[in-house]
Design a binder for this molecule. Structure first.
Ligand code: CP
Length: 307
């Protein structure tokens, strides 16, 4: 059996193109399973997984939980709100107490960049990063590239623009690493205040004009403005952001070419995307969500064999 080169999935930066291809091939098989009347396999029977979420989530938390249940794992869910974290318990104490209950794998979302990397130096269980602050969101990038591959046949050679709040986005960084490892050309587009100063060092193109970016690309991955992470004003108002960077269906239709529209969710309808764009034939947003379950099944299955 082929194996991943890592025993934790902390970020796309740490894995190889071969790892990504192995995850995709494994996810292809699990996607077949998910389309059967009985959507469950016994692959992770006797494995216990804790989903440990210190930050809000809808898609990632539910998708991991469903992936674990489809693999027949035992699952426990921890949310920091309502927990003893509120009484001052540390991250490491919290996780060590969960592991004392004979848990084998930890799926963790945390607001601090590097939190899962810190844990990986102190515990033996496999760790999957479900988003660490503004740093990485590896399973989101995997499901995004998997969805491009499904829609366009391959990721290599495709032109992908990531539009919006690049500065505060873990989805952007993980997508840049994944797309480049798979041979895509990557552009970022947004107001200059929402582009990190180091961005060109990552080997991406930079475009400030959203119309030009859309004309260049095969795929547009549109991101939310992350107001909850912004400590200062990066643009005058949401209304002005929408005026210059908002995308609607009329704009997409006027490009006179096929374009694939993506968004990791949650969408702020009427800000970065109009409803008629988000729900148009250009959009594969719900396909991304569907593919997330197969991708997370593949990641958990492959990591479990590295115990
Ligand atoms: N895409 C994503 O991470 O969504 P959630 O925050 O709802 O998990």
């Amino acid at each position: 059996m082929q194996e991943l080169s890592v025993r934790h999935l902390l970020g796309i930066k740490d894995i190889t193109a071969n790892d990504i291809q192995l995850i995709f091939e494994t996810a292809d098989n699990f996607k077949d399973v998910l389309n059967r009347p009985i959507k469950k396999v016994p692959s992770l029977r006797d494995i216990t997984i804790a989903n440990v979420f210190f930050e809000n989530s809808t898609r990632t938390r539910l998708s991991f939980e469903l992936a674990e249940k489809r693999l027949s794992a035992d699952v426990i869910n921890f949310s920091s709100s309502g927990s003893s974290v509120k009484k001052g318990e540390t991250l490491l104490d919290t996780v060590n107490n969960i592991l004392a209950m004979k848990v084998d794998m930890i799926v963790m979302r945390h607001s601090s960049p590097g939190a899962p990397h810190f844990l990986s130096r102190h515990i033996d269980a496999n760790i999957v990063n479900a988003g660490d602050g503004t740093h990485e969101h590896p399973t989101q990038a995997l499901l995004d590239s998997f969805s491009i591959r499904e829609k366009l046949g391959d990721v290599a050679g495709k032109k992908v623009v990531i539009i919006g709040d690049i500065l505060h986005s873990r989805v952007a960084l993980s997508n840049i690493f994944a797309l480049q490892k798979l041979g895509a050309e990557v552009m970022v587009c947004g107001p200059v205040t929402l582009l990190p100063k180091y961005i060109k060092e990552l080997g991406v193109k930079v475009e400030l004009d959203v119309r030009k970016a859309l004309e260049w690309c095969d795929v547009a991955n549109v991101l939310r403005i992350q107001l909850e992470r912004q400590q200062m004003k990066y643009f005058p108002s949401l209304r002005e952001y929408t005026l210059y960077y908002g995308i609607d269906k009329k704009m997409l239709d006027s490009l006179d070419k096929e374009i694939v529209l993506m968004h990791p969710g949650p969408i702020n309808r009427g800000v970065e995307l109009s409803s008629d764009a988000a729900d148009s034939h250009h959009s594969i947003i719900l396909n991304q969500v569907e593919n997330g379950v197969a991708i997370r099944m593949a990641v958990l299955y492959l990591l479990a064999s590295k115990q």
